[in-house]
Design a protein around this ligand. Sequence first.
Ligand SMILES: Nc1ncnc2c1ncn2[C@@H]1O[C@H](COP(=O)(O)OP(=O)(O)OP(=O)(O)O)[C@@H](O)[C@H]1O
Ligand SMILES: Nc1ncnc2c1ncn2[C@@H]1O[C@H](COP(=O)(O)OP(=O)(O)OP(=O)(O)O)[C@@H](O)[C@H]1O
Ligand SMILES: [Mg+2]
Ligand SMILES: [Mg+2]
Lengths: 256, 256
Amino acid sequence: MARIIGITNQKGGVGKTTTAINLTACLAAAGRRALLVDMDPQGNATSGLGVVKASITTSIYDVLLDGVEISRALYPCGLDNMFLVPSTPQLFGADIELLEFADKERRLQNALASIDDRFDYVIIDSPPALSFLTINVLTASRQIIIPVQCEYYALEGLTQLVETIRRVKSSLNPHLDILGVLMTMHDGRTNLSHQVVEEVRRHFGDRVFRTLIGRSVRLSEAPSYGKPIILYDFRSAGAAAYIQLCEEVIHACEAE
Amino acid sequence: MARIIGITNQKGGVGKTTTAINLTACLAAAGRRALLVDMDPQGNATSGLGVVKASITTSIYDVLLDGVEISRALYPCGLDNMFLVPSTPQLFGADIELLEFADKERRLQNALASIDDRFDYVIIDSPPALSFLTINVLTASRQIIIPVQCEYYALEGLTQLVETIRRVKSSLNPHLDILGVLMTMHDGRTNLSHQVVEEVRRHFGDRVFRTLIGRSVRLSEAPSYGKPIILYDFRSAGAAAYIQLCEEVIHACEAE
Ligand SMILES: Nc1ncnc2c1ncn2[C@@H]1O[C@H](COP(=O)(O)OP(=O)(O)OP(=O)(O)O)[C@@H](O)[C@H]1O
Ligand SMILES: Nc1ncnc2c1ncn2[C@@H]1O[C@H](COP(=O)(O)OP(=O)(O)OP(=O)(O)O)[C@@H](O)[C@H]1O
Ligand SMILES: [Mg+2]
Ligand SMILES: [Mg+2]
């Protein structure tokens, strides 16, 4: 049974895609069969792995809206054990188009059921919104990772997100839990970073990952080469941070 | 007649709110009557100006969904000549709730018509999505500023955004134009920043503002004090950059 982990936060630019790509890649490098699902119409996880949108014949849009088997939308992405379900700009219309379906919140959950035994981990990247696409991610996931940028605005949306997770848990997905809050773009030289980390630790206690992802230019360069950080620059601080996160996730998910 | 400028980009975390707050504040400091409208359910423009959400009796939600006069939703925010129409979390439901209205794309445009003579500039902050809230911003605005972070992913969404602007221009708002593309969080030390600026200049030519907003910690600290940068740290590089942008905007809008 695959462990399905959604990466969500409606605040924009907090490191959702960067975390989704690099966590999936590290899990694959650690020998787990790992699938990354791009549920963001922007398709940054797709292009960040070098998959050219024009070459995509079956995307997550076809799976959610036309009921195409998700196994027909699996694309290799440069690492053994790792596959991607890509996103295309067609997905921009999905929030409205999903309204017509009786099972509008469960389209992703139902689609993933058919490949549950083929993967150890399914990591899902979300758009920066509390839309039906994000509700689908929350309904399909058993666990959630919340990336939080070490910035003032990042704190503000957390209450709203936690409330939305609570509501999905009580009405659509009783198994849903927060696996952890991940501090991203941490800059040890600024007071702001320290204050935000302290504030988040005060709210979430030990649900905050010990791993802090530091701000690192190599991490933001990697997607322009279509590679996860462990293939772009294995020796960088960004690679070390995501390898450490991966170990924390494996320990939390497999120690049960 | 107020000059209505929307700040939009569906990519998250590119500096929309930071630009909306600081451009409005600089316009007010330059003696223009300036209104900031927060159309993002996250409400970062509202909290970034120190307006406490619990103290808000009338917000943009009441204006858009209940037809309340927008003049009843004007809040002072620490600078003469500057007012804010705040956002509250109720706005998260607006995308779906707006579907029931025949004029669902024009709710903001119609609301702003009643205060057109009270302001010289109306600046509108948008959410990171191509949703009905953003369509309302595009329909209400005569001009658009597109903040683009100096990062790889920032390039990807531009084609989609320009296409959406073109569609709104032909179907809902023939006056709509791109006032300019603003490069944000520029870091002169990285190749990536230079490459992205070059790429954007190649696409947009002289529609790219000469002002580059450099990455500056003071800019990200200011919202935690509820102040625009010119009140938080007038001598900072961030303040100088937004003052320069303000001059470019005044020159472009008032030289006509
Ligand atoms: N630790 C880091 N250090 C430096 N840059 C980073 C780091 N993590 C992410 N970035 C860069 O910051 C930007 C925002 O990150 P990313 O796109 O992953 O966020 P997101 O939450 O997925 O954004 P969106 O809300 O638009 O989906 C990207 O350009 C990315 O390359
Ligand atoms: N020039 C800058 N230098 C340093 N930090 C900046 C700069 N501009 C913005 N920031 C910080 O980067 C983060 C993202 O900026 P901001 O929230 O304005 O982007 P946004 O596009 O409005 O995000 P969203 O898509 O969530 O609405 C914020 O924490 C902000 O304080
Ligand atoms: Mg993303
Ligand atoms: Mg914003």
